[in-house]
Design a protein around this ligand. Sequence first.
Ligand code: ADP
Length: 643
Amino acid sequence: MTALELIGLVNQVLFIGLFVAVLVAALRRPTRTRLDAVLLFGSAASVVVLGRIAAWLGFAGDHWLQSVTLVLLNLAPLAMLRLVDDFSESPRWVQTAGLVAFVAIGVLGFVLPLTNDAVLLATMAFLVVVGGYAAFAFARQSRVTRGITSRRMTAVTVGAAAFVAALFAVFLGALNPDVAQVSAPTAQLLALLAVSAFFLGFTPPRWVRLVWRDPDVRRFLERSTQIIGVADDYAALSQMQAAAADAFGANGAVIGVAVPERGTLRYAARSGWEEYADDRYVGGRAFTDRRRVVVLDSAAFDPDNVDDYRRVGARTVIATPIEAEGQPLGVLTVFADRAPIFAEDDLWLLDLLASHTGVLLEARALSARASELRAREDAARLKEEFISAAAHDLRTPLTVVLGQAELLQRRVLRRPSEPADPTSIGRIVREAHRLRDLVTELLDSQRLEESSAVLRFERIDLREVVEAVVERHREYGTSVEADIAPLELTVDADAGRLEQVIENLVENALKYGGDTAPSVRAWTEDGLVLVSVVDHGIGIPEPERERVFERFFRASNAHSITDTGIGLGLYICRRIVEAHGGRIWFEQTAGGGSTFLLSVPTAPERIEASEVATEPAAPDTPPTDPTWNPTPALSTDPAHADA
Ligand code: ADP
């Protein structure tokens, strides 16, 4: 036996084996795709068997036999054409034209001798056009599908192209015996390539499937571990869905998360959350029955929701329940607009994805519960800090006030005619002021935290506010330098609150700023009004800078300057500036010290009254409305007005 004969024999065995494999699969579960695969490989296998029997019985040259063989051979491209339609939509006329051509050539084959050039040329044209079209359509399908489906489709493409080329070579040899020397071995080699590729495409062995699946599963696992950290539930679920669809090579996937108290499933749909009764759709069925459901035609299975399935392109739907520790958590549904291209035995992957999704959902629920606990702990800690800070800081001035007042009392009782000591009275007044300021700070921070502070917005010139702060300090004899742009710095703001912010920054600069006078600057830039307060004092140690606007934060070097202060001032400043749609931040002063900056948006140009005389002002023109509040965080309800 020559090598060529051996290859021929191997080809024949393989084609028969392939036929048997697809036949068994079709008998187990007859789908259109499987039946068309039986047609394709049945034609090849029957040509082989018929040839063997004819050779054995000695009527290989019989015209009828040859005509039947021709019909069987042409059946292969026709079956490919049908497979194209199974895998992707193909125009009806293409199918019809293919069938007409097939019948015509068949008839021709019976009427004319097979050696007739017309028959051979017609067959070759049929092969090239129909087989070529099918191979092209498979290739296109392999590009638009993903994952293992795409890989299997590529194998089918190679198989189809090689198969058509092999048949073409056979007919070329028949048409022109001169090339038979080359065409015969070429045909055998191409047939070997075709049958091997078809094997991989239609009945890939388990290990090939695993190898092909591996990158997708790996990618799914990698993506899913990142998903645990995604804070937003909607984003996390959407990402999980995309990862599942990719891993499965499906058009899309949805995860329904059970909401037991409402008896619903919640889906992260493209347009936002959607919630349905937990028995709705194929997914609902799988969830309530707690078993996997495979639906090849959703319209026939669930006609009530046919429009919804059509909208998302879900003709074939496979759903599997998601469980963790025996508890139903939801359902994973993957869908495609065509019946699954290949065997449904890839369902194990769906189960794997579902159980992994279950683990992910559990992990997310746990971490959500953990952060809820942490938030509660934080709140409790803050309250404690608040109370101890309040107690500590109120105690010191109170002790002074009480001590001085008792001293005065004793003196008055002892010597009623003597005038009161002005130093003691001065101390009492100073400490009482401190007390009031502290209480105000504490209350303020609490209100801002609870979002019940009221802001009164109006159009103001921030320059005047800054100047007022600087002036006041100068009147008290503290030197503060000022560099204020000689322009109107118009903003829509609560003047009192912004003054409080600037005052606080200047006071801090005086407190922590050493001997050099702090300087205040105000200017406008890029639609913003900016204010900076610069000092050359102790500054803030590098690692602590990002915490400077936190509640109760005091830098580690603050105690070297003073023990008064509870670290609420800057926190209050931040809340106020943010409520104005602005920003406040810290920078180190060149040469050492602190620079605090704040920016608030410049007020939009106001339209002159004459220009709007004919048109009443829109009710939602916010900046001119004194009760308008840019953030819902701070209420404008006068009922909550500050005392
Ligand atoms: P406090 O009442 O402690 O001054 P603040 O909220 O105003 O509270 O400031 C918080 C902390 O930020 C201060 O304790 C201090 O450590 C630091 N800090 C604020 N302003 C300055 C500044 N100009 N220079 C250096 N450190 C500052």
